[in-house]
Design a protein around this ligand. Structure first.
Ligand SMILES: [Zn+2]
Ligand SMILES: [Zn+2]
Length: 288
């Protein structure tokens, strides 16, 4: 802790030959969060003087947020545990209703046979319903969680640097994924691209080919989530702008698709069939 107390950092404004002294805790402030007296004198935080503190208060805040986020993780874990409990009850119910043992059957009376046969005949319809319902909500949860992860990671400051071994490993996974993508094995490709991203969440090519693979698997919403991840880093990435437009069109969101095709046209009017796709969307809109 003493080491922290003795820590001295130079102001990020290179013209200021001072160490930082203050921190701004105003949530909406766009100026440097920690700064020197020279910054203060120049009026960087003049609009909210009550939010300025000794910069070392930052360590208190970091610790506070660490504890709060730990609490959040516990709450989230308990939500998932609730789902797991219900799920295992569902499995038990399915087993006891539809997995009858020979011993059980031998002891059946006539009305139990009646009921058992009735259950078996209705099985397919009921199974289909369960499968649809559960798949729907698990997909929704999956998409929602992935969206949150993407949003969290987007603004993530990289606190660590990859070491050489991690860079080599990420590259090996990416090359395997890329080979599978080239062989039209998109699902398998995604497995390797995910491994790349686990090591390096900002591996642009892994992000890009994951988005491409998802599109080719018909998972347009997911493809958009991953395309967005790159577009926030590089808003003029033409391949991803095109991909996002294409997915939006496939999801019948024609106006939104056009806005992405327009961006592609702005960068390269002859990019693939972008003008043709835009015309298709306009036609659809005029029919509505
Ligand atoms: Zn300064
Ligand atoms: Zn401020």
């Amino acid at each position: 802790m003493n080491q922290i107390q003795d820590l001295q950092i130079k102001c990020s404004n290179k013209k200021h030959d001072c160490i930082v002294q203050l921190a701004c805790f105003n949530e909406c402030c766009n100026a440097n969060r920690i700064y020197c007296f020279e910054c203060l004198r120049l009026g960087d935080h003049i609009a909210h003087p009550n939010d300025q503190y000794d910069w070392k208060k930052i360590f208190q805040v970091i610790e506070q947020i660490r504890q709060q986020s730990d609490e959040l993780i516990k709450q989230l874990t308990s939500s998932i545990e609730k789902i797991q409990k219900s799920f295992s009850l569902l499995c038990q119910a399915l087993k006891s209703k539809y997995q009858l043992s020979k011993e059980q059957i031998q002891k059946f009376e006539i009305n139990q046979f009646n009921q058992a046969l009735d259950n078996m005949l209705k099985y397919n319809r009921i199974a289909q319903g369960i499968q649809l319902d559960i798949e729907q909500c698990s997909n929704d949860t999956f998409i929602q969680i992935n969206k949150i992860i993407t949003e969290l990671k987007l603004n993530e400051l990289i606190y660590y640097k990859l070491n050489d071994q991690q860079i080599v490993q990420a590259e090996e996974f990416f090359q395997k994924g890329f080979k599978l993508y080239s062989d039209d094995k998109y699902k398998e490709a995604i497995d390797y691209l995910d491994q790349t991203l686990l090591i390096n969440p900002n591996h642009i090519l892994a992000l890009q080919f994951k988005a491409f693979s998802l599109r080719l698997l018909g998972k347009y919403n997911d493809a958009i989530i991953w395309a967005d991840r790159i577009l926030l880093i590089d808003s003029s990435h033409i391949d991803l702008l095109y991909l996002k437009g294409w997915c939006l069109q496939a999801l019948f969101k024609y106006s939104e698709a056009i806005s992405y095709y327009d961006k592609v046209i702005q960068f390269d009017p002859n990019f693939f069939d972008v003008k043709l796709l835009k015309t298709q969307c306009e036609k659809k809109l005029s029919q509505d």
